[in-house]
Design a protein around this ligand. Sequence first.
Ligand code: ZN
Length: 463
Amino acid sequence: MLIRGAEVWRRGLADVRITGGTIAAIGTLAPLPGEEIVEANGGVLLPGLHDHHIHLSALAARASSIACGPPEVTTPEDLAAALGRPGSGWMRGIGYHESVMGLPDAAALDRFVADRPLRLQHRSGRMWLLNSAALAQLLARTAPPPGLEREGGRFTGRLFDADDWLRAALGSVPPDLSEVSTNLARFGVTGVTDMSPRNDPAMAAHFAAQRTSGALQQSLVLAGGLSLSDAAPGPWRLGPAKLHLHEAELPDFAEAEAFVRAAHGAARPVAVHCVTEVELVFTLALFEAAGAIPGDRVEHASIAAADHISRMAQLALRVCVQPHFVAERGDRYLVDVEPRHLADLYRLKSLSDVGLVLAGGSDAPFGEPDPWAAIRAAVSRRTRDGAMIGEDEALSPEAALALFLTDPLDLARERTIDPGAPADLCLLDRPWAQTRERLDAADVRACWASGRLIHQRIDQPPL
Ligand SMILES: [Zn+2]
């Protein structure tokens, strides 16, 4: 196939030939007999975007869930309306935040939904709120886990950090990923790194089957537990070992250090979840004790003080950022975050200024999966209501785009459109000079993963 007259990223106007999943040639190319031709009309051709931090299964589950938190739901009345839909069987609410009505117990949730089991996930992904019917169903099948809160001998319905138990008790099978994959293709995403800490050989087998069947069209890097190293090989690549920290319940330091050493011993970098200052301090101490290897990552770095930034730089850690949280959650942060921390929130420029290597991830479903929204927020630093957070942390459109162009297994390296490289490509309908003013997923015209067309915008004549 020949893409003709594209503004090839970092190269300029050229034709690009794709053969058998790779880029065969770039230059002024004459069509081969019978070759399929795509006229790019000067639109910019980018390496396909890579989402460096996503949770595919949870994102697929979200499609069959009800939004129960801001901005859709901000009051108990909104919540009643959201949950007041007819149906039977389990109801799954997501994105709940205590600003709606605190952390309701089972009896309080029964006032919204009494006749069917309801589980409501907190926006952090760390907590579920269950109504009485849900408690009864789950406890009829399995013994309660330690994370199920008790008050005065009875269960409140608040369930902390017990997703494995919940999954087992529900008997759920991992979801099909075709819809998620199709949606990501619309944004020009040709690769993802799944960062779910529970990824293990069984999940790897599920992902492999989804890749093989064509349900998941993006190339896949799997981060997860140490056991992933033992998974059967499949159409995915092994990513970092994921260490999930929770400020209220930090792991034993020696155990965490042993985890890092075990991963490093298997030549695997470690990615640590850090959304609070305490979690970042723990992580820095951890890498300072165990030593850091190239590829070790801080996920989120939601709060980073100047002193911690220089320690991250000294360790040469990579930082996987979610600039869109400023847009999606910024108005809430302005209320909730201590003013002294606002300057430390989702920093970008001050991280790259000290030489830290950055990559972008949506953290979907906890953030929106559109990387262009993240790129826009990295440039604008605007909340949904238009407030500015950390103006000095803004990146240029080029630097913001680069967050999604890096190599998932070597974040310091930007993927390029070169002969011999995989034909993972994202074609926009206009040149970069215009794209950079908009940074809008609507401008993505077509997308190829390993040379296969996985998205083509339907408002255009066929390519
Ligand atoms: Zn995450």
